[in-house]
Design a protein around this ligand. Structure first.
Ligand SMILES: [Zn+2]
Length: 314
């Protein structure tokens, strides 16, 4: 197995220069801090990034001005978050990403809670960021205290009771998988669960209909870390950083040690340097909702998508 220590500076540079340029403003004070060790590399990076930035339309730089950092957008109140989710849930269509106008994106962690959850939460606290957790109902019995702790760091979602292969189930069995989990999360964390993610990202019209009937919103993703496929920490970081863009929803898993490693040493430091706001899915949908046209196009309505992301190990 390849050993990963602290990422070398040129590794981070290589990753970050491959980003969607709209996230990066080289004029920001300290924007390139710590990226490179050599003056030549810094100069090259600056030219590359400046070139990318100059090709962008005004307003695509996350609101940054040359004289200061990007203004902080006001975080929507919980009621705004709830209203945004409920409005989208009524459409009965899955959401793959948010709009493309802000400077925020959402990390999502599936398949918990579990042994790595406390490490993930520690990281979220350390970096002052938020996330969304799609929980497997039957696991809550072993970790009854974790959903409430996770709730303090963002939003909770339903990921079925047994991580079921939903297309093989009847509508009533799908409903039971979802409502049992929803009830268990509510009991553990005292929260109304409105988000749902189908295991493996597998959905069809009947499943969509059932989720809409239950008043919930199906949340898929447009960026896949591929941590479920055995990617190591460096690959996970690369898979995410290559595809991020405003409004992205990122698929990760909270039961993977390599994911925690990637977040610790590469991902969260890099995203912080890029001045990206990491928010929960409801916060993202409230502050930068997808347009009706985007929703109609499904995954194709998002940008910088990981190819062929749906139908595997979510
Ligand atoms: Zn899953």
């Amino acid at each position: 197995m390849k050993r990963l220590g602290r990422p070398r500076t040129h590794d981070i540079l290589a990753i970050e220069t491959g980003l969607g340029a709209s996230w990066y403003d080289p004029r920001m004070p300290g924007a390139a801090d710590g990226l490179v060790g050599g003056r030549n590399m810094l100069a090259v990076a600056g030219l590359v990034l400046l070139g990318l930035a100059l090709t962008l339309p005004a307003g695509s730089m996350g609101g940054a001005s040359p004289s200061g950092p990007a203004p902080k957008a006001a975080r929507p109140s919980p009621s705004q978050d709830t209203l945004a989710v409920e409005r989208l849930a009524r459409l009965g269509e899955p959401i793959y990403c948010a709009g493309h106008r802000g400077n925020a994106m959402a990390l999502t962690f599936d398949d918990g809670p579990g042994v790595y959850t406390h490490l993930a939460l520690r990281l979220l606290r350390r970096f002052h960021v938020r996330a969304t957790f799609f929980l497997v109902g039957r696991l809550l019995k072993g970790w009854p205290q974790l959903p409430a702790r996770e709730r303090a760091f963002g939003a909770l979602g339903d990921h079925t009771w047994t991580h079921a292969y939903l297309p093989a189930l009847s509508p009533s069995a799908v409903a039971a998988q979802v409502t049992d989990t929803r009830r268990a999360i509510d009991a553990a964390a005292h929260v109304v669960v409105r988000l749902f993610r189908p295991p493996y990202g597998l959905r069809n019209t009947a499943i969509d209909h059932e989720i809409k009937r239950l008043g919930m919103l199906e949340v898929l993703w447009n960026v896949d870390s591929l941590d479920w496929a055995g990617a190591d920490a460096a690959q996970i970081a690369r898979n995410v950083l290559r595809h991020i863009s405003p409004g992205a929803i990122v698929l990760m898993h909270e039961n993977r040690g390599q994911t925690i490693k990637a977040l610790t040493f590469t991902l969260l430091p890099a995203l912080r340097r890029l001045h990206i706001r990491l928010v929960s899915v409801p916060e993202l949908l409230a502050s930068d909702p997808p347009s009706a046209a985007q929703i109609r196009r499904g995954l194709a309505g998002c940008t910088h998508n990981t190819p062929s992301v749906v139908g595997h190990g979510a």
